[in-house]
Ligand binder design. Structure first.
Ligand SMILES: NC(=O)c1ccc[n+]([C@@H]2O[C@H](COP(=O)([O-])OP(=O)(O)OC[C@H]3O[C@@H](n4cnc5c(N)ncnc54)[C@H](O)[C@@H]3O)[C@@H](O)[C@H]2O)c1
Length: 454
């Protein structure tokens, strides 16, 4: 989110909380609410002590973000690649113990919660063990690598009465909160169609990450990385570019669809799995041995609306969600949300009467005017004007999401993106991939807790 926020210059022009007349639209700058996420200042006795398991790219980003969350303290980190122990210490700006063995962290009595930011295929085992050890868990998205993993994690959380939050941070974004407010207000009318995409156009966006020069079997615990995945000889490409391989990741669906699905579920208050999915796409450009397409489009059926998602690694379209309602359109794009009303007042038919003789047409229009005295047909605009809400410059939803989690650890009050929410969103990703790889319509069998072919 921060990458796309307004520039400082735009911000200075707007001023905090300002209303600005634009071209047919006003823009309101949203206020960050991070500090209000804590109901009161956190006394030292309420400090949540946490450890991080998985301190790769995301793990380090999360550690850095915790520095902005009140009342938390990182006491240890764990990763399978030694280089990441120092990266983690640098991110948290503290010399803390680091280990390759996550059980050492779970055995510590002074650890209240863990952040799990390991590769997707290892989420399940670590979350199950953390719950059994009595730790609350912030687990990165997508929650599960398989449908079975997801239900096992739900069971572990519920059996052990643990607080779980999954890491699709849009759910805690001030922008998405505004979008939800607009959606809930009914201003959009009935929404039957939702379109979203997340497009990137760079090797980094396609996970072609460089491999550190010291990567080897002596600096990386390869066998533990494999976990329950099939055994194979050390392969640094698989370790650092794991998203490209089905044994460890879920391709674009698990990486990016999950954010879009979580955002849509949050805004529309949906907490179920889509009923069915159909996918299309292909591997067009990044032919580097990966096992997932670089373009995927999926159509989802939900009971009350349809959702069309796309991820394309060959165009820099950014992140977008559009809600198309009978009374208006809402677009969430980059760091803004825009609501545009539609003129839904009755209007006389103006198109097909062009084929009528003038006298008949005029009679029709006169009669229509007589029957609809107010408002004047086709002459005035709708009362409500288009409105844009923007996140302030540098806004990041990550500390907000973390603050929600750590507050829940402290207060035991539920979070929105708990294990059930996260499981539903992740199954949406599995539906997409199932439909794509089996070239079929994927149907969610809720009773059987499995995906079946139509
Ligand atoms: N919410 C977001 O916006 C966001 C962004 C990026 C990544 N993620 C998620 O974060 C997770 C990590 O992604 P990443 O980009 O940091 O990957 P990464 O490859 O940079 O880091 C993953 C780390 O997990 C470690 N690991 C794997 N198995 C382990 C185990 N059993 N014990 C200890 N450490 C283990 C590896 O050593 C590796 O360093 C993934 O689930 C990914 O989907 C979320």
């Amino acid at each position: 989110m921060s990458k796309h926020s307004l520039s400082r210059r735009q911000f200075m022009r707007l001023g905090t909380g300002a209303l600005v007349a634009g071209v047919g639209a006003k823009t309101t700058l949203l206020q960050p609410h991070l500090l209000s996420a804590a109901a009161r200042p956190v006394p030292p006795s309420d400090t949540v002590r946490f450890a991080s398991i998985g301190t790769g790219v995301r793990g380090c980003e999360l550690l850095e973000a915790t520095l902005r969350v009140p009342g938390v303290e990182c006491v240890a980190v764990c990763d399978l690649y030694d280089g990441r122990h120092d990266a983690a210490r640098e991110a948290i700006k503290k010399d803390i113990p680091a280990t390759r063995i996550y059980r050492e962290i779970l055995d510590r009595k002074d650890v209240d919660a863990v952040i799990v930011a390991v590769t997707d295929h290892n989420h399940r085992r670590i979350v199950e063990d953390a719950c059994a050890a009595g730790k609350d868990v912030y687990c990165e998205k997508p929650m599960s690598h398989t449908v079975q993993d997801g239900f096992a994690m739900v069971e572990a959380a519920q059996k052990n009465k643990r607080m779980i939050q999954i890491g699709s941070q849009r759910v805690s974004s001030i922008l998405y909160a505004k979008a939800k407010e607009i959606y809930d207000s009914g201003k959009l009318g009935e929404v039957f169609a939702i379109n979203a995409y997340w497009d990137r156009n760079s090797p980094s966006g396609a996970w072609v990450y460089p491999i550190p020069p010291d990567a080897s079997e002596s600096t990386i615990d390869w066998n533990t990385f494999l976990g329950d995945a099939p055994k194979r000889p050390f392969d640094a490409k698989r370790f650092f570019r794991w998203r490209c391989y089905q044994d460890y990741g879920e391709g674009l669906a698990g990486d990016l669809f999950v954010h879009l699905i979580s955002g849509i579920h949050f805004i529309t208050s949906t907490n179920i799995v889509a009923q069915r999915a159909q996918s299309s796409g292909g591997l067009f450009h990044f032919n580097d041995g990966r096992e997932f397409p670089d373009l995927i489009e999926t159509l989802y059926d939900y009971p009350k609306f349809r959702v069309a998602l796309r991820c394309n690694l060959n165009n820099d379209g950014g992140e977008f969600i559009g809600f198309y309602g009978t009374k208006g359109t809402m677009i969430v794009k980059s760091s803004t949300v825009t609501f545009k009303p539609q003129d839904t007042r009755p209007q006389p038919e103006s198109y097909s009467v062009k084929g009528w003789a003038r006298k008949t047409r005029e009679q029709y229009l006169q009669q229509w005017e007589d029957e609809h005295p107010e408002p004047k047909a086709l002459t005035s605009n709708v009362d409500e004007e288009a409105e844009t809400f923007a996140a302030p410059p540098g806004y990041s939803d990550v500390p907000d999401h973390q603050a929600h989690f750590f507050n829940a650890v402290r207060t035991r009050k539920p979070v929105v993106e708990n294990e059930v929410f996260g499981n539903h969103a992740a199954i949406g990703c599995h539906l997409s991939n199932f439909a794509y790889s089996n070239k079929c319509v994927a149907v969610w069998d809720a009773n059987g807790r499995k995906i079946v072919k139509a």
